[in-house]
Design a protein around this ligand. Structure first.
Ligand code: HEC
Length: 138
């Protein structure tokens, strides 16, 4: 009898885990869908719709090695970026204006979109994980 209940308990946890994971997946898809829109409205002007950048003016985001420093990328989305930088071996030096209109959620959606589309991630960047990073880069 004890064994039977622990067996049910085991399957209960298993089912819980599986449904929890798909909720996470639904959220990831939602972030990506929203992220595409936020990107089109706030970033594509300069970085172009496929993230390919524009000549020596605007660096590419697609496959950019700069994506390696995710905290820095999260900070620059809100606070901008200036001074010389090197992206995939090419130098850039033109100020990126701050985007104070972006909410924490929009930045999380952008990060999820960018890193799933052009980085090597297949996970969600939750708004909860974004908040302390944004606090730290003020
Ligand atoms: C007015 C043009 C402009 C807009 C709008 C803009 N950027 Fe930038 N972005 C730049 C420039 C210029 C740089 C290079 C800054 C430097 O030289 O220091 C840059 C750098 C970057 C970088 C780091 C280098 C790289 O390409 O990996 C990322 C990531 C980035 N921008 C993402 C974004 C995102 C996301 C948005 C939308 C929220 C955005 N940018 C909006 C012009 C822009």
């Amino acid at each position: 009898m004890i064994r039977l209940t622990s067996l049910f308990g085991f399957f209960g946890i298993l089912i819980g885990l599986v449904s929890c994971q798909s909720e996470e997946e639904i959220k990831r898809q939602r972030y990506i869908t929203e992220g595409i829109l936020v990107y089109k409205n706030n970033c594509a002007n300069c970085h172009q719709s496929k993230g390919e950048g524009l000549a020596s003016l605007y660096p590419p985001i697609a496959k950019s090695d700069f994506l390696g420093d995710k905290n820095k990328v999260i900070c620059l989305m809100r606070y901008g970026q200036q001074g010389p930088i090197v992206v995939n071996g090419k130098p850039y030096n033109r100020p990126m204006p701050p985007q104070p209109q972006l909410s924490d959620l929009e930045i999380a959606e952008l990060a999820t979109y960018i890193y799933n589309e052009w980085g090597n991630e297949t996970k969600l960047t939750d708004v909860k994980s974004i908040k302390p990073i944004l606090e730290a880069c003020k």
